[in-house]
Design a protein around this ligand. Structure first.
Ligand code: NAP
Length: 323
């Protein structure tokens, strides 16, 4: 078809470029690439980045990435940071506010998976599932039974950070007849669980602590040697929040000294590095930050990122804004 002037119309719609700043699942990138050109930050030379920087209005990131003030300053058109994940401690939120950059994340859709994992880690660390499997596979069973472990049902559960994931863990604990108390920034009187005003009080009371806190300056190192010692030689620490919340050196020391009963950890101080001292222990269960890593949840998280970008581009309120 030609126009009245005889010239061919330009049917090539220019796809908006998105700056991909961290690894993201193929399903999300495929969905976005229908309407956008995805530019992987890591493939750009410094010169190519400088040249293209003014084009990027949207930056894609994940919950483990760092988006610092300098990066925002280098992107003059930046208006949205779309985070694939609920935790956004890697994003400089003050800088985002200063630059008028909006931020979205993916809450709620991952809550059940992370709470499932927390309960799995608690059971696996208390009952020593991985060590029991290693025992069986190395032929130990023929020579006698596996060591006796500690019961989870009916034991006292302390939740550190009573937000969406914390509450979902508490709901699961109900089915295990576990009394629940929590320590959090604010009391949640409507929930029906007892609030411990001091973390030390919670650690002293609990048989197991499940950490569901975000990362960042305010929560850094909250779980220190004193808290771990208060949890005690029979106590179990589960961390599905952020590695920075637990003083990892203190955790290693207390575990090796027998001052802490065991640990189930999905998050670590310097991922993907996991200290050797945490590996190979019968009472420690480790997973590589897989809290939300199921097909169903990753699909829902991807859909939420797409919806937030669409809302931003249409000038509508973000579906799940942060801040
Ligand atoms: P959330 O609903 O915001 O819950 C966080 C809770 O922590 C809130 O109750 C909050 O208090 C409390 N809190 C924040 N700062 C605190 C402080 N300094 N002292 C005491 N309590 C504090 O978030 P969520 O959806 O449950 O997610 C929690 C965290 O889990 C995320 O930020 C992320 O780091 C982590 N996560 C991990 C995985 C994984 O794969 N392992 C997956 C998803 C999320 P308020 O109620 O006052 O806000």
């Amino acid at each position: 078809m030609t126009t009245h002037s005889g010239a061919r119309p330009d049917t090539t719609v220019r796809r908006t470029p998105l700056l991909q700043h961290a690894p993201l699942p193929d399903m999300l990138l495929e969905a976005l690439s229908q309407d956008h050109e995805i530019v992987d930050f890591n493939t750009l030379t410094a010169a190519a980045f400088r040249e293209r920087a003014p084009e990027f209005e949207i930056l894609l990131t994940n919950g483990e990435d760092t988006v610092a003030r300098e990066r925002m300053q280098s992107l003059p058109a930046l208006g949205l940071i779309a985070n694939f994940g609920v935790g956004y401690d890697g994003i400089d939120m003050q800088a985002a506010a200063d630059h008028g950059v909006r931020v979205s994340n993916t809450p709620d859709v991952l809550t059940d998976d992370v709470a499932d994992l927390a309960m799995g880690l608690l059971l696996a660390a208390s009952r020593q599932f991985p060590a029991a499997q290693r025992f069986l596979e190395s032929g130990g069973w023929a020579a006698g039974g596996f060591t006796w472990t500690r019961r989870v049902s009916g034991s006292r559960l302390g939740i550190v950070g009573m937000g969406r994931i914390g509450e979902a863990v508490a709901r699961r604990a109900w089915a295990f007849d576990m009394p629940v108390r929590y320590f959090s920034r604010r009391q949640k009187p409507g929930m029906g669980y007892e609030c411990e005003p001091l973390l030390m009080g919670l650690a002293t009371w609990a048989d197991a602590l499940v950490v569901c806190l975000p990362g960042g300056k305010e929560t850094k190192g909250l779980i220190d040697a004193k808290i771990l010692q208060a949890l005690g030689p029979q106590g179990i620490l589960v961390n599905v929040g952020r590695g920075s919340v637990v003083e990892e050196d203190a955790l290693i020391r207390t575990l090796h000294a027998g001052e802490l009963g065991g640990a189930g950890l999905d998050v670590f101080a310097t991922e993907p590095r996991v200290p050797n001292e945490l590996q190979g222990l019968p009472n420690v269960v480790l997973t590589p930050h897989i809290g939300s890593a199921t097909w169903q949840t990753r699909q829902a998280m991807s859909a939420l990122v797409v919806e937030n970008i669409r809302a931003y581009q249409q000038g509508l309120p973000l579906v799940t804004p942060v801040g």
